[in-house]
Design a protein around this ligand. Structure first.
Ligand code: ADP
Ligand code: TZD
Length: 572
């Protein structure tokens, strides 16, 4: 550490600096971990953090560090912190900040930046960029600290903005000169403050609650949709109590799986299409009516459906469908109010509706079993997922991270969850590249094992973080469903000798990548081998990667989203 920029050990001097203040302010607000990539001007922030007992996890790319911070925010309900260097490092992290904002995960990206007097006159500085302006459109809020004595205020403001109301990504710009600024230690300490009640509870009005209860009470075919906002809210007990007391069927969105176990008798997940098409009153709990729910439109939905929406963000309501009963508040408080104001037996699921759903669930389960239990050679997605499901069934506390196209769409349906907030996936944007960052955050924040189920293309976006996983000896098993391509591995280029646009290297040895860093690699070609490898890897608690050879001809272009590809000439 350079001696000019840090506080002298000599207490008599009673001086401190921006580096120390950043860490002191984070610590005062209970930040325990920083995810980042070091370089000018923030390397000493990471060093001071370590000295102060704040964990620093160093990544190979800022997107991955940012995704880790975002996942930490989702899992802990406290903003995850990502530390980046100026200009290119900042921009690399920005995709994760934007993704966090889109997914409503609380996160703060703290970035060093170059000299203001050079940047603002565009004189051409090292890593010159107006980062505050660049971050603004992608963040829930963006701030810059211009004086060392404002660091405490800046961090308090960033944390408050990230975690209160609808959570999101916040950008905090700290120029190099501010980090190096020296300040009297007493004055510095007085400039910091600990935020009181960072995400205050938000209660709904009683008449709003009664309006929603009336709608549910008069419904013939009610349905509760649980979204990742419900998972985030950590109101597990209240959600479960209301659903079980009323007997209402529920449908979890992918990251809400496990809030109630997927094998719960009231789960309508296995009759999803029917439930959406037939429900007459739908209660959305922390779930937006965006593309993931077909915007609430027919034919996917009953055109006569009436919606109740529980959300902390009032402007979300009516964004796609009229909301007959808005319930604005935090999910814990709203569920509590619903429980309190619902009279015994006032809300019940009709038996005919329960039977209709149960019958369709049984039919769909039988169809799914045929697919999952088949054993074609070479191995296909379903066979591999059957093996993973089998092992995860015996390890319910393992976190599941999931990205890819077919890998995502099929795993979401095949892999059941029984513990809340244990599934992390591509989310609202359908983004590739979250895999290793999310897996690292889950392992770091929980200490529990993680299984990352990855398409081979998806894995490539953050694959270099295998080194990070090995360096920190994290209990992460990466399972690559390797069919040698983006979506499929049998793409053909009919016009030249170049590989087709969807082609990747066939039979690539992803297992060898982790061996380069001291982890354990496996390559398997049957479900039985996969079961043995995954069981062993989880038992060892060590970093591992299992490369699963999947039939290159298995999979669909864009997975379940084929219809979103615009059709050009000749395809109409
Ligand atoms: P999914 O993709 O699982 O359907 P979304 O990300 O679309 O879920 O929706 C999450 C919603 O949850 C957002 O509209 C967000 O405002 C809301 N939300 C997040 N946290 C809370 C909370 N604590 N209380 C109420 N609503 C919340
Ligand atoms: N880039 C980013 C950041 N996000 C994306 N979603 C894409 C590109 C486009 N894309 C998808 O939507 S899925 C996917 C890409 C590149 C990878 C699909 O191939 P895979 O999965 O090997 O990961 P499957 O299971 O073989 O389909």
């Amino acid at each position: 550490m350079s001696t000019e920029t840090t506080a002298p050990a000599d207490a008599a001097a009673k001086l401190t600096d921006g580096y120390h203040l950043v860490v002191d302010a984070l610590k005062l607000n209970d930040v325990q971990t920083i995810y980042g990539v070091v370089g000018i001007p923030i390397t000493d922030v990471a060093r001071v953090a370590q000295e102060s007992g704040v964990r620093y996890i160093g990544f190979r790319h800022e997107s991955d560090a940012g995704h880790a911070a975002a996942a930490a925010g989702f899992l802990t309900k406290k903003p995850g912190i990502c530390l980046t260097v100026s200009a290119p490092g900042f921009l690399n992290g920005l995709v994760a900040l934007a993704n966090a904002t889109t997914n409503c995960f609380p996160m703060v990206q703290i970035s060093g930046s170059s000299e203001r007097h050079i940047v603002d006159l565009k004189r051409g500085d090292y890593e010159e960029l107006d980062q505050l302006a660049a971050a603004q459109p992608f963040a829930k809020a963006a701030y810059r600290v211009n004086r060392v004595e404002d660091i405490g205020r800046g961090i308090a403001r960033a944390i408050r903005a990230a975690v209160s109301g609808r959570p999101g990504g916040v950008y905090l710009d700290i120029p190099a000169a501010v980090l190096g600024e020296v300040i009297d230690a007493e004055k510095a300490a007085a400039s910091l403050h600990r935020i009181v009640d960072p995400a205050p509870r938000h209660f709904p009005a009683p008449e709003s609650v009664d309006r929603a209860i009336d709608l549910l009470a008069n419904a013939q075919r009610p349905l509760v949709v649980l979204g990742k906002g419900a998972a985030y809210s950590q109101a597990d007990k209240e959600i479960r109590a209301f659903i079980e007391a009323t007997g209402l069927p529920f449908l979890p969105m992918s990251m809400a799986k496990g809030l109630l176990p997927d094998d719960h008798p009231q789960s309508a997940a296995k009759a999803r299409s029917l439930a959406l098409r037939r429900a007459d009153v739908v209660m959305l709990v922390g779930a937006r009516l965006n593309w993931l729910l077909g915007h609430g439109e027919p034919p996917q939905w009953n055109p006569a459906a009436q919606f109740i929406q529980i959300d902390i963000e009032p402007t979300e309501l009516d964004s796609n469908q009229p909301i007959a009963a808005p319930l604005v508040g935090d999910i814990g408080s709203v569920m509590e109010a619903l429980i309190k104001r619902t009279r015994p037996d006032q809300v019940r699921a009709q038996t005919a509706w329960q039977h209709e759903l149960a019958e369709r669930s049984a039919q769909n389960t039988a169809k799914m079993s045929q697919l999952v239990d088949a054993d074609p050679h070479p191995m296909q997605f379903y066979g591999a997922l059957r093996a993973i499901r089998h092992v995860l069934h015996d390890n319910p506390h393992a976190f599941v991270v999931n990205e890819g196209a077919n890998t995502l769409d099929l795993a979401r349906n095949v892999i059941d969850m029984s513990v809340p907030r244990h599934r992390l996936d591509s989310g609202t944007w359908g983004v590739m590249g979250i895999g290793m960052g999310y897996a690292i955050a889950a392992a770091v924040e929980s200490g529990a094992p993680v299984v990352a189920i990855e398409g081979d293309s998806a894995f490539g976006f953050s694959g270099m973080e295998l080194e990070t996983i090995c360096r920190y000896r994290l209990p992460i098993v990466v399972v690559v469903l390797n069919n040698g391509g983006v979506y499929r591995g049998d793409g053909i280029n009919t016009v030249s000798t170049d590989p087709s646009p969807t082609t990747l290297t066939l039979n690539a040895r992803h297992d060898r990548l982790i061996e380069a860093f001291g982890g354990k690699g496996y390559q398997v070609s049957t479900p039985a081998q996969l079961t043995i490898a995954l069981t062993g890897a989880l038992m060892s608690g060590r970093p591992a990667l299992i490369d699963c050879l999947i039939d290159p001809a298995d999979g669909t272009e864009s997975g379940h989203l084929t219809h979103l590809n615009p059709r050009g000439v000749g395809e109409q």
